[in-house]
Design a binder for this molecule. Structure first.
Ligand code: COA
Length: 538
C-alpha cells in the first residue's frame, strides 16, 4: 500500500496554534510528573536517611536494568485527592526490565504517610495485579508500608475490591504460575504483612525490614505487651524462627541485588505469538502530533493524521473506507506488531457499529490485537435512527468489543462520551492498557448537553405544577455549576487521579508506549479463539 498521505502543514497558523496549546498541556504534565516523583518533605527524607534506607526512587533505579524503559502506571494517581500530597497513591508502579525480564514492579513510598495504603492505593495495587495476571508478568514488590491508612479504614477494608482482594489475587497469581518476589525493606504491618507472606520468595533487610500482623503500637494497645519492631517481626524472627523469610540482606542495596538474582533465575517466558516483523518508523514524524491535536473538541481531527504518525511506515490498509466513514478501521503495524485499528471520525452511526463488528470478528479470527483511538461524541440519536436500529447495531459493536479475546489497547485522544466510551473499549471493556492524552475529555455527555437536560427536566416539573418556564437567571443557576463541575471532572487529570486510566501520555510518545504495551501483551499465551460461527458480514 502507498503510505497514508497527510494534509497537515506544520507551518500553518492553525497547526502552530494547536502545537502551542499542546505544548502548554505537556508542560503541565511534565511539571506534575516531576512533583509526584520528587516533592517529599525534608522530615520524611531525614527519617529515611537516619534509618539507612534508600528512597523509593533510589530503590527502583537500582532494581531496573540500566538504560531500559520503565512504563510507569498511575504516575499521577490520587493527585489532588485526600489532604493532597498522596503522590502516586503512595506507590511507584509500572512495567520494568529486571535482569533482562519484563516484570510488574511495585515500590511503596514510605515518604508518603509512612507508605500507608489509601483507597486509591488499593485500587492501584489491584490494577497492577490485573496487569500481571493478564500479561503473565512476574510481580516484584518492594514493601515499606504502615498498612491501612487508618483514618479511611472503612474505605480500604471490607468490600470486594478493597484490601483483602490484593491477597486473594496473590493466591490466584500463585496458582496461575506468576512468580511473585517481595523484598521487605521497611515495615510490613497488618495487611501489608500478607504481601510477603503470600509471595513465592521473600527477601528481608536486617534492621529495617519487619513483618507483623499487628505492629508494636497495636500489640501494646491490645495486650499491654511492650515489644520492639525487631523483636516482633525482624529477620531473627522470620529467617530463623517462623520461616516467612527466605533471604536476609544487610541493607536495601543487597536486598535489591538478591531480588535481581532471583528474577534472573526464573524460567524463561513463553514465546510471543502476536504477528511481528522488524519495526520501522512512521513516514510522518510523531512529533508533528502536537500540531495536530485540536485545541478544543469543536475542531476537526481526521484520525488518519494520527494513524500516519503512530504506525510503521505510515502504512495502513483501510477496511470499508466508504461505509460508515465516521469510524475508520484498518490494519497496520506498531513497532512491528500487527494491530487492527478503530479510530473515530465523528458520531457513531449504525453503519459504523456494523463495520466495527465485522472488523473485530476478522481481527479475532486472525489473532490481531485491537487498538482503539477514542475521540467519540457518542452514538447518533433521534427518531429516524432509533427506527433504523441504532440501539441494536450499537449492541452488536459493544458485544464484539466485550467478548473479543485478543489483547485490546485504548488511547483516548479527544472526547470520550456516553456509550461511545463503552463501544470504543473504555475501561469497563477490559483493554489491557488504557492511556489518555492531556487534551482528553470524558463524561456521560458534554457539559452544555447535561445542563440542557437538567433545565428541561426542571421545566417539565414546573409545567406539571402550573408554573411557567424558568427565567434565564434561574437556568444559569443550574447551568453554571454543571459546566464548572464537568470542566473539572471531565478532564484527563481527574481521570488519571482516579485511576480511570493507566496514565496521561504525551501524544508524541504514544507510539513507543503502545510498543511497550504490545510487548507486554505478547508475554501471555494466546487466550485462543472459540466461536461456533463464521464471520458475519455487516
Ligand atoms: N494510618 C495513618 N497514618 C499513619 C499510619 C497509619 N496506619 N501510620 C503512620 N502514619 C502517618 C504518621 O502519622 C505520620 O504522618 P505525618 O508525616 O503527617 O506526621 C507519617 O505517617 C509517618 O509516620 P512516622 O511514625 O512519623 O514515620 P516512621 O518512618 O517513623 O514510621 C510507620 C512509619 C508506618 C512504621 C509507623 O508510623 C507505624 O508503625 N505506624 C502504625 C502502623 C500500624 O500499626 N498500622 C496498622 C494498620 S491496620
Amino acid at each position: 500500500m502507498p503510505p497514508l498521505p497527510s494534509a497537515h502543514d506544520p507551518a500553518s497558523p492553525e497547526a502552530q496554534a494547536r502545537a502551542a496549546h499542546t505544548a502548554t498541556l505537556v508542560a503541565r504534565l511534565r511539571d506534575d510528573l516531576r512533583a509526584a516523583r520528587d516533592d517529599r518533605s525534608a522530615k520524611a527524607l531525614a527519617r529515611h536517611r537516619e534509618q539507612g534506607k534508600l528512597t523509593a526512587v533510589e530503590r527502583l533505579d537500582r532494581l531496573l536494568d540500566p538504560g531500559t524503559p520503565f512504563l510507569e502506571v498511575g504516575a499521577l494517581a490520587a493527585q489532588g485527592l485526600y489532604e493532597g500530597g498522596v503522590h502516586k497513591a503512595g506507590t511507584f508502579a509500572g512495567i520494568g526490565v529486571i535482569a533482562g525480564r519484563e516484570c510488574v514492579v511495585s515500590s511503596n513510598d514510605a515518604m508518603v504517610k509512612g507508605g500507608t495504603i489509601y483507597p486509591m492505593g488499593v485500587k492501584k495495587a489491584l490494577r497492577m495485579q490485573a496487569i500481571a495476571m493478564e500479561n503473565r508478568l512476574p510481580f516484584v514488590s518492594l514493601v515499606d508500608s504502615g498498612g491501612a491508612y487508618l483514618p479511611l479504614q472503612s474505605e480500604v477494608f471490607p468490600d470486594i475490591d478493597d484490601g483483602g482482594r490484593i491477597f486473594y489475587n496473590q493466591a490466584l497469581m500463585s496458582k496461575l504460575g506468576i512468580p511473585q518476589v517481595t523484598a521487605v525493606m521497611g515495615l510490613c504491618t497488618a495487611g501489608a504483612a500478607y504481601i510477603p507472606a503470600m509471595s513465592d520468595e521473600v527477601v528481608q533487610v536486617r534492621g529495617t525490614g519487619a513483618i507483623f500482623l499487628g505492629g508494636p503500637p497495636l500489640v501494646k494497645a491490645a495486650t499491654g505487651e511492650e515489644v520492639s519492631a525487631a523483636e516482633l517481626g525482624g529477620t531473627e524472627v522470620h529467617a530463623v524462627c517462623s520461616g516467612v523469610t527466605d533471604h536476609v540482606a544487610r541493607d536495601d542495596a543487597e536486598a535489591i541485588r538478591i531480588v535481581r538474582e532471583i528474577v534472573g533465575r526464573l524460567p524463561a517466558p513463553a514465546r510471543g505469538w502476536i504477528d511481528r516483523v522488524a519495526s520501522e518508523p512512521p513516514l510522518h514524524d510523531p512529533a508533528e502530533l502536537d500540531g495536530i491535536v485540536p485545541e478544543s473538541l469543536a475542531q476537526a481531527l481526521d484520525p488518519r493524521e494520527l494513524i500516519a504518525r503512530l504506525v510503521d511506515g505510515s502504512d495502513f490498509l483501510e477496511f470499508k473506507a466508504l461505509y460508515g466513514p465516521t469510524l475508520v478501521c484498518g490494519t497496520a503495524r506498531v513497532h512491528g506488531y500487527q494491530v487492527g485499528i478503530l479510530a473515530n471520525h465523528g458520531v457513531l452511526f449504525s453503519e459504523c457499529a456494523q463495520k466495527a463488528t465485522q472488523f473485530i470478528q476478522l481481527c479475532e479470527k486472525r489473532r490481531t490485537p485491537l487498538l482503539f483511538l477514542q475521540n467519540v461524541p457518542g452514538f447518533i440519536i433521534g427518531r429516524d435512527y432509533e427506527r433504523a436500529g441504532i440501539t441494536k447495531h450499537g449492541h452488536q459493536m459493544v458485544n464484539a468489543v466485550a467478548t473479543a479475546t485478543v489483547p485490546k489497547l485504548t488511547v483516548i485522544v479527544g472526547g470520550s462520551f456516553g456509550a461511545g466510551n463503552y463501544a470504543m473499549c473504555g475501561r469497563a471493556y477490559g483493554p489491557r492498557f488504557l492511556w489518555v492524552w492531556p487534551n482528553a475529555k470524558i463524561g456521560v455527555m458534554g457539559a452544555e448537553q447535561a445542563a440542557g437536560v437538567l433545565i428541561s427536566v426542571a421545566n417539565g416539573q414546573r409545567e406539571r405544577l402550573g408554573m411557567g418556564p424558568m427565567s434565564v437567571e434561574e437556568e444559569e443557576m443550574i447551568r453554571v455549576p454543571v459546566v464548572e463541575n464537568q470542566a473539572r471532572e471531565g478532564s484527563a487529570w481527574y481521570s488519571t487521579a482516579n485511576l480511570w486510566d493507566d496514565g496521561i501520555i504525551e501524544p508524541a510518545r504514544t507510539r513507543d508506549v503502545l510498543g511497550l504495551c504490545l510487548a507486554a501483551c505478547d508475554r501471555a499465551p494466546d487466550p485462543g479463539f472459540a466461536s461456533a460461527f463464521g464471520t458475519f458480514r455487516m
